[in-house]
Design a protein around this ligand. Structure first.
Ligand code: HEM
Length: 557
């Protein structure tokens, strides 16, 4: 993938480890009303492929606390280390994993009802931690009967046991992207998509390389397209706010996110095609057909549980919609297909995969994460808003009004705020992996034996709010990752790996990790170039939060 990773000038001298550089910069006058763009070349080498090398012989037995000190920024992460370290066995007492699965069928259904309705997700986990006095225990995860044949999992709820899920030398990640069930491949053109492949499968390497290629080859378009699509969004939000006194962020943002992705990654404006403005609605429906077994829409349990969690929604009901999306991507992706052919991937398989990476992985991630950013920064209040506006504007000004990847690196508070949003509210909260061999895992208090073939499940929001790792773990602390705080970045796990590691063809870390961090930074930068402060009301959605903006204070400096 395009690792949107800027590199230090020192590492530029070791150019043999880097792919060809990309030169990007955009001129943004500080008064956003008169923003204009000119692409100029820069001496700054900004992008790097993640490693496509086989894993180094890096030991997987270094102790939890002895991970080498963090290199401070995204730009300085090691691209060579593709297997994150897992804790070595220590002297902690061995304990049988507490908890049980209940009777067949009955136990999984009871746990499902607890999880969705009778307790709710957080209480489901928290009450069992209290009951078993352990952050590692056995329970069933939804959906269970009759969608998943085996819903028995070992649940990991602390930041110390969780990283075992990333160690692909010890765990397998085949067909478990969505958990104990896999959506029908009828929803993805008959193909098992990259997200469901284990790195041991030959297709995994080729398809991940294709995603890397795609992101890298379009990297020059990211900054300008982001600015233009998000400027349109801000204009329309302001108009509606002025007219109605409040404005919903999510609906308008969905269209913006899709337009941004279509234009930056494919050079196509959806409005000029048969898809028109239907992309976001179709994707939301298609994603619902894949994730319904693990979602609640807030309907009465007697209605919702049989419809969503007991049987699959028939893929045929979304077939024609999916075909429209497919046609859009098929028409726009000639340059990706050329690379696919070189890699030996059939055109159709490539198209279903890049559609999935763009619509499910990226659009889905932005749809959840960008409102979350507003939720957390909004709730932090005016003091943080003022500090962010000052930092962002002064750095942009001192760089002649230009935004480049290098420029974003010079904003420690803005970077920290983005990482803190990922920590406190990881957009993909559930992660699964199956033990490839008998294992010993450990939390802060105990070691536990896991048998080959057992399913491990981690609920990430608990792992990244582990009070034994983070002070004031439940609070949004904007400057948490500034200065010395950067050492904690190894515990930020949203990308299915530590923030200090990089995706590679040998691991299962998110192929879009650096792209996502970069566009999230752009979002905060564009926001605070335009606004001094803002207020939001927050609600809950099946996936993420709903955001109603009630005030936008335009930039005065
Ligand atoms: C906010 C946005 C995103 C979030 C939160 C996110 C999160 C994740 C997570 C948690 C996983 C691992 C899931 C698992 O195996 O348990 C993953 C995998 C993946 N993501 Fe992302 N992602 C985002 C954006 C992207 C983007 C921009 C791309 C590429 C265009 C992408 C492509 C992928 C791919 C291909 C995989 C599978 C990797 C592999 O098989 O090795 N994602 N993502």
């Amino acid at each position: 993938m395009a690792s949107f990773t800027s590199v230090s000038s020192q590492s530029l001298n070791n150019a043999s480890t880097l792919s060809s550089p990309f030169l990007l910069s955009i001129h943004i006058p500080l008064n956003p009303k008169i923003a204009s763009f000119s692409s100029v070349s820069s001496h700054f080498r900004q992008l790097e492929f993640p490693s496509t090398k086989k894993p180094s012989n890096r030991s997987s037995t270094c102790t939890f606390r002895s991970t080498p000190s963090i290199k401070a920024t995204v730009s300085e992460t090691s691209s060579l280390s593709s297997v994150p370290p897992t804790p070595a066995p220590t002297q902690l007492p061995l304990r049988d994993i507490p908890g049980d699965y209940g009777f067949p069928i009955v136990g999984p259904i009871k746990d499902r009802l607890d999880y969705f309705y009778d307790q709710g997700r957080d209480t489901f986990f928290r009450s069992r931690v209290q009951k078993y006095k352990s952050t590692v225990f056995r329970a069933n995860m939804p959906p269970g009967p009759f969608i998943a044949s085996n819903s028995n999992v070992i649940i990991l709820l602390d930041g110390k046991s969780f990283p075992i899920l990333f160690d692909v030398t010890k765990v397998e990640k085949k067909d478990l992207f969505t958990g104990t069930f896999m959506p029908s491949t009828d929803l993805t053109g008959g193909y098992r998509i990259l997200s469901y492949l284990d790195p041991s499968e030959p297709k995994h390497e080729k398809l991940k390389q294709l995603v890397f290629f795609h992101l890298r080859s379009r990297s020059n378009n990211v900054i300008p397209e982001f600015h233009s699509t998000y400027t349109n969004l801000f204009d329309s939000l302001e108009k509606e706010l002025a007219a109605k006194g409040k404005v919903d962020f999510g609906g308008a943002h969905d269209q913006t996110a899709f337009n941004f992705l279509a234009q930056s990654l494919y050079g196509t404006n959806p409005k000029d095609t048969k898809l028109g403005s239907d992309g976001p609605t179709i994707i939301t429906k298609w994603v619902l057909f894949q994730l319904s077994p693990i979602l609640t829409l807030g309907l009465p349990k007697l209605l919702e549980d049989p419809i969503l969690h007991t049987f699959r929604l028939p893929p045929s009901l979304v077939k024609s919609d999916y075909q429209r999306l497919y046609d859009f991507f098929y028409e726009s992706s000639g340059f990706v297909f050329e690379e696919a052919q070189r890699l030996g991937i059939a055109k159709e398989e490539a198209c279903h995969n890049i559609l999935f990476a763009t619509c499910f992985n990226t659009f889905g991630g932005m749809k959840i994460f960008f409102p979350n950013v507003l939720k957390w920064i909004g709730s932090a209040g005016v003091k943080l808003h003022t500090q962010l506006a000052e930092e962002i504007r002064s750095v942009v000004k001192s760089n002649g009004g230009k935004i480049t990847m290098g420029v974003t690196e010079q904003m420690p508070l803005m970077k920290s705020v983005v990482y803190e949003s990922f920590r406190i509210d990881p957009p993909v909260p559930l992660q699964y992996a199956k033990a490839k061999q008998d294992l010993v895992i450990e939390n802060h208090e105990n070691t536990f034996k896991v048998k080959k073939g057992e399913m491990l499940f981690g609920f990430q929001p608990f792992a990244t709010k582990d009070p034994k790792i983070f002070e004031k773990a439940e609070e949004f602390v904007g400057d948490r990752f500034v200065g010395e705080g950067e050492k904690l970045l190894k515990h930020v796990l949203w990308s299915n790996g530590p923030e200090t590691e990089s995706p590679s063809v040998n691991n299962k870390q998110c192929a879009g990790k650096d792209f996502v961090v970069f566009i999230s930074r752009l979002f905060v930068i564009e926001w605070f170039l335009r606004y001094d402060s803002f207020k939001v009301q927050v609600g809950k959605l099946p996936l993420g939060s709903s955001i109603t903006i009630t005030s936008l204070k335009k930039a005065t400096s």
